[in-house]
Design a protein around this ligand. Structure first.
Ligand SMILES: [Zn+2]
Ligand SMILES: [Zn+2]
Length: 286
């Protein structure tokens, strides 16, 4: 589930930063020299238009800011506030600790610090939410003042997202899938009659949503080599592929990683195996 990040934005530095790197997105080419290839490639995918919205937090007097920043995840929702209002929101795509990039974008503050705990945003939306409304949603006293950069816990975040209608048109794929699972579970638990009533009231044409997800960038040469090695036969059950690809008539086999990429497996010919769809399903869900 997305967390809510509160980002008060009332002081002179924050106002300027908001203008410089949120209201006016930064060309990806400008920040490229500060990025390693891994994060650069991810950002390229998040920002096909190659303009990036960036925010940064300084270390502060304690390490508290770093610890909060460490909790930020892709898909979190940032709320910018000033003058007792939340005036905009955005979604976190990625984050990066980089002092030099922060200096380049925003310079230094009076304490000789820079805003080195960086996160990248997209889907910046104007909001007009009074702080009292926000306080009520998350269960704070109505006169509570947001004291600085903070990351809300899961429960408060969920309340804020629901009460304030903060779900954006772009949601992380994982969250969408988890929510669907929850709703299916709920649907199983209601009575059949209730379910049929709901069906009677529901929209027949589904709403379109946009999701975002991190993907491994796979090596095409590994795929081609493994398929050549398999020579049309599943490398697990040994059976020939049971159908051909409509696009080019080649045998339909799927290249699977023996040690999953998500578990640190390598994207190499040695760690990959060509499987028929049945065997592929079996190794994942068997
Ligand atoms: Zn097979
Ligand atoms: Zn697989």
């Amino acid at each position: 589930m997305s967390q809510i990040i509160l980002q008060p934005c009332g002081n002179k530095f924050a106002e300027k930063h908001y203008q410089d790197t949120i209201a006016n997105p930064v060309p990806l080419s400008k920040i490229k020299p500060f990025l390693d290839s891994e994060i650069f490639e991810r950002l390229e995918e998040f920002y096909p238009e190659k303009m990036v919205q960036i925010w940064g937090v300084n270390p502060g007097t304690t390490i508290a800011n770093e610890n909060k920043w460490l909790r930020i995840k892709s898909g979190d929702i940032v709320l910018f506030s000033a003058n007792k209002r939340i005036f905009s929101s955005g979604i976190v795509t990625d984050k990066l600790h980089n002092k030099n990039l922060a200096k380049e974008l925003w310079g230094m503050n009076d304490d000789n610090q820079t805003w080195e705990y960086i996160y990248f945003l997209k889907d910046i939306n104007e909001q007009n939410i009074e702080i009292t409304e926000f306080n009520q949603a998350v269960g704070y006293a109505s006169n509570y003042v947001i004291q600085g950069f903070s990351v809300l816990d899961g429960e408060k975040s969920a309340k804020a997202i629901e009460d304030l209608g903060l779900i954006q048109n772009m949601i992380p794929l994982k969250i969408y899938q988890e929510n669907l699972e929850k709703k299916i579970k709920h649907s199983r638990n209601i009575t059949r009659q209730e379910r049929l009533n709901r069906l009677g009231r529901s929209n027949k044409l589904p709403k379109i949503i946009q999701t975002m997800s991190n993907q491994y960038q796979r090596n095409p040469d590994v795929i081609v080599e493994v398929l050549l090695r398999a020579n049309g036969n599943c490398e697990k059950c040994g059976n020939p592929a049971s159908f051909m690809r409509a696009s080019d008539g080649s045998p339909y086999l799927e290249v699977h990683h023996k040690i999953f990429l998500s578990e640190g497996g390598e994207d190499t010919v040695d760690n990959a195996i060509a499987l028929c769809p049945n065997c592929h399903r079996e190794v994942h869900f068997g």
